[in-house]
Write a protein that binds this ligand. Structure first.
Ligand code: FAD
Length: 396
């Protein structure tokens, strides 16, 4: 079976940045992408908050990210990942185009628009219902359209649509926006935009194409109809993480939980970008996550190799396991450094940094001397001094 060092799932800003950092660390990197490299930014016309670039269109930025990644030579492959399997510590990425074993995996699959879940939404998707103003806005030249939502994306995309539509209604279930002040001020001062507050959509109706919306005012309880030719839905995002099932820990909403090294609850599986549980979902934070995940994956792979060679493969080895956050154990470790010249197969390992390895060995206390054969413990003893350690290895 094909085996790669680092597999990155998703070629958005997070995945592409991870591939750059992975390759620059010398890793063999395979990037799996089911759609167009660049991810969600392909859907927006304006990016004004990527540091160093005052203004770029999303597709322009996506193209420059892809070219930058290609420069460092990761392999790109068209494939949709269907699941990740972990068997006896080995990791397998199952795609619609075969299964590939990986030393480490970065899940950078981003997020997608949440649906409204009202009658007519499925039926009229592509026939008046859209989740992408940049892709579909131009179809509504001189027509009236509605934008549903009250966050940044809703307000910014409503402004974008005023280039084409004769009128843009923003339908929001509350009486104020969650969006940035600047965007809100721009929207509220635009003659083509009218906000319908405290209102939800009950139904999207039409014949061949959308003709009108059925609305419900949550304050007055009144129901009304609004004639529009297009409906743009921006009511939040959900993570592209269903393919993982329940293999990693998630926060409410299904966002993947990580620590600040982007490690998930599964050893060797990292998550980066919009798919993870985080405060701010933007290009710049996704890229930062991608860099961190790749460097943490690199450290993980190097550590696994080192541990395999030193702990799990040798016919015979002595290990001194200590904790680097305990001063006395650090002191004992430096005393034992000199023992290495007398005992060739003695290895000193920081059990605090390699907590997953200590778990695997079933060690709960440190400092500890171990005698192993091919990863099996022959003897284990808690030691408190260099003398006790020497006795353990047969030197006194
Ligand atoms: P994504 O960009 O979502 O990329 C994930 C990639 O993974 C996609 O290419 C997807 O096809 C792929 N994928 C998903 N599932 C699978 C699978 N199972 N197998 C293989 N591949 C898979 N951010 C800003 O900073 N500034 C802005 O102005 C801005 N405007 C925006 C406007 C819009 C309309 C939208 C939608 C987003 C905007 N954002 C903006 C947010 C920004 O685009 C995201 O934060 C960023 O793209 C997240 O990057 P990512 O790599 O985590 O995920």
């Amino acid at each position: 079976m094909e085996k790669r060092e680092l597999e990155v799932i998703g070629a958005g800003p997070a995945g592409l940045t991870a591939s750059i950092y992975g390759r620059r660390s010398g890793l063999d990197v395979l990037v799996l992408e089911k759609g167009v490299p660049g991810g969600q930014i392909n859907l927006t016309d304006e990016i004004e908050n990527w540091t160093g670039v005052i203004h770029a269109s999303g597709p322009e930025l996506a193209e420059s990210f892809r070219k930058h990644a290609e420069h460092f030579g990761p392999e790109f492959r068209d494939a949709e990942v269907q699941k990740i399997e972990v068997k006896d510590g080995s990791k397998f990425v199952v795609t619609d185009n075969g299964t590939i074993e990986a030393e480490a995996i970065i899940v950078a699959t981003g997020a997608k628009f949440r649906k409204l879940g009202v009658p007519g939404e499925e039926e009229f998707t592509g026939r008046g219902v859209s989740y992408c103003a940049v892709c579909d806005g131009a179809f509504f030249e001189e027509q009236e359209v509605a934008v549903i939502g009250g966050g940044n994306t809703a307000v910014e995309e409503a402004l974008y649509l005023t280039q084409f539509a004769s009128k843009v209604y923003i339908i929001h279930r509350r009486d104020s926006f969650r969006a940035d002040k600047v965007a809100v001020e721009r929207a509220l001062s635009n003659d083509k935009i009218e906000v319908i507050w405290n209102t939800v959509v009950k139904e999207i109706a039409g014949d061949d194409m959308v003709t009108h919306l059925v609305l419900h005012n949550v304050k007055t309880q009144e129901t009304s109809e609004l004639p529009v030719a297009g409906v743009f839905v921006f009511v939040g995002m959900e993570p592209n993480a269903k393919f993982l099932g329940d293999m990693v820990d998630v926060a409410p909403g299904g966002w993947i939980k990580t620590n600040d090294r982007m490690e998930t609850s599964v050893e060797g599986v990292f998550a980066a970008g919009d798919v993870r549980d985080k405060y701010l979902r933007q290009v710049i934070t996704a890229a930062g996550d991608g860099a961190t995940a790749a460097m943490a994956a690199y450290a993980y792979i190097a550590e696994q190799l080192h541990l395999r060679q030193k702990v799990f493969e040798p016919e015979h080895t002595f290990i001194f396991l200590y904790s680097s956050i305990d001063e006395s154990q650090m002191g004992l470790a430096s005393q034992l450094e000199e023992l290495k010249s007398h005992v060739q197969d003695l290895v000193l390992i920081d059990g605090y940094k390699n907590s997953r390895m200590t778990e695997k060995l079933g060690i709960e206390e440190m400092p500890m001397m171990l005698e192993l054969s091919k990863g099996k413990i022959l003897k284990a003893e808690k030691v408190a001094s260099a003398e006790e350690a020497k006795r353990f290895v047969g030197l006194s």
